[in-house]
Design a protein around this ligand. Structure first.
Ligand code: 0X9
Ligand code: ZN
Length: 422
């Protein structure tokens, strides 16, 4: 991975497309698609590709160069982590060490330790479940429940999920940030939420994949670490949910980055969370945090047909997007999931349809829009955490005021003639 400063490196190019079914086709061809909008697709090109082909693509003016020197970015990320470790130890020696948890992306072990520490410090607000199930490689999938344990009033369950995709490091960091905000903000507003809701939080759904991306050369891994029958590794957990599993935007090929797995909920990392959610009597809304693209995605994600709850969900999604804009002036588009690209077997639609969450199953795609993509520097953890906290503010207040949105249902589904089920 250590590349000479001026050698030819992996690149990310952004290309114009007519509609997002092109992305589905590209993935079918095994192209490494990183991100899609209705008009553009970001494609990762290995440095082993003939340089002239890459520049020919760019010269055609269908594509522009987005990340020119990917290895340099990756190297800078590792370097900045080393600098922070150095600073941490020098501060420790000076006696000036402070809580630097959100200054950097943390290991799985550090995330688990932090959940335990928060629980010890806030016994009336937090319960720590060290393991709701084990990952493929045997790591515990941790959960915290946050509520006012002194109040017996009936409460609605909100689920926050992070780290489903290994390389999207800003996701677990942002979920942890929200938990910290809930526990450290002393306000009547937060008290009201803790009386109205039970928060179930799984900041790191895919610990094997996450830890793998922390080892040299593997930073861009997406899936879990299942050993597949053909010798390849990994299932895309966000194609493995038991909701229109295997229908669209997903692959039967084990080596694909969007491999759906052997069957619905075949993966321990999806099954554990699905079982836990289904066991809750009061489930009401859930958000699954991903990166990148800056989007607030409502159901449905597998069909462009509007859901029965479209009007109510649009108000919620548009409100979250506006709250972010007001906080940081950053644009997060509020759209139906399938407007990004139709994909089924995803957690968001599963929460809407199978878990019957009236307040919706959501995907929020965090920063950025591709300048750093998955390699978002750690200095973004705080600003992203703050803008999402303001989105949560809107989300929770709106759900408190609208506690009876009925479970969503499929209505008049038309086949999406511009998408090709794989
Ligand atoms: O493709 C995904 O799983 C999500 N994007 S990501 O770049 N983080 O991989 C988007 C999922 C949106 N939801 C549905 N289409 N149901
Ligand atoms: Zn993702």
């Amino acid at each position: 991975m250590a590349a000479a400063p001026h050698s030819y490196q992996d690149k990310v190019i952004r290309c114009a497309i007519d509609d997002n079914s092109t992305a589905v086709t590209l993935r079918e061809y095994g192209v490494d698609v990183w991100s899609v909008t209705e008009r553009t697709v970001d494609v990762h090109l290995s440095s082993t590709l003939d340089e002239s082909i890459v520049y020919a693509l760019i010269d055609q003016r269908y594509c522009s160069l987005f990340i020119d020197r990917l290895e340099t970015l990756l190297q800078e990320e590792r370097q900045s982590t080393l600098v922070k470790v150095y600073e941490f130890f020098s501060n420790l020696i000076d006696g000036t060490a402070s809580d630097a948890f959100f200054d950097d992306y943390q290991s799985y072990a550090a995330i688990v330790d932090k959940l335990q520490a928060w629980t010890n410090a806030n016994p009336t607000k937090v319960q720590f479940v060290p393991s709701i199930g084990k990952s493929f490689e045997g790591r515990d999938i941790p959960l915290v429940k946050i509520t006012n344990f002194n109040s017996a009033a009936p409460k609605k369950a909100i689920w926050w999920n992070g780290g489903q995709h290994a390389r999207e490091w800003i996701s677990p960091a942002t979920v942890m940030y929200q938990v910290n905000k809930l526990l450290t903000t002393d306000s009547p507003q937060v008290d009201a939420w803790l009386n109205a809701f039970e928060f179930y939080v799984t900041p790191i759904q895919n610990p094997d994949g996450y830890e793998f991306t922390r080892t040299p050369g593997n930073r861009l891994w997406r899936k879990n670490r299942r050993r597949n029958s053909d010798g390849s590794y990994g299932v895309d957990l966000n194609r493995n949910w038991d909701e229109h599993w295997g229908v669209v935007g997903t692959s039967k090929s084990p080596s694909s980055d969007v491999y759906q797995g052997e069957g619905p909920l075949s993966e321990p990392e999806t099954k554990a969370i699905a079982d836990y959610i289904l066991s809750l009597p009061n489930k009401y809304a859930g958000i699954d945090f991903h990166s990148y693209s800056q989007l607030v995605l409502r159901s449905w994600g597998w069909t462009k047909t509007s859901s029965k709850n479209e009007a109510a969900l649009k108000v919620l999604g548009d409100g979250m997007s506006a709250a972010i804009k007001n906080t940081s002036n950053v644009d997060y588009k509020s759209i139906k999931g399938a407007q990004l690209y139709p994909a089924s077997g995803c957690m968001d639609d599963w929460m809407s349809a199978k878990a019957g969450m009236g307040g919706g199953g959501w995907t929020i795609e965090l920063r950025d829009t591709g300048s750093y993509g998955f390699i978002l520097p750690a200095r973004f953890i705080n600003p992203v955490g703050e803008e999402i906290w303001s989105a949560m503010n809107f989300f929770l207040n709106h759900l408190m005021q609208n506690p009876s949105i009925p479970p969503n249902e499929f209505v008049d589904i038309q086949p999406d003639n511009d998408t090709i089920p794989l």
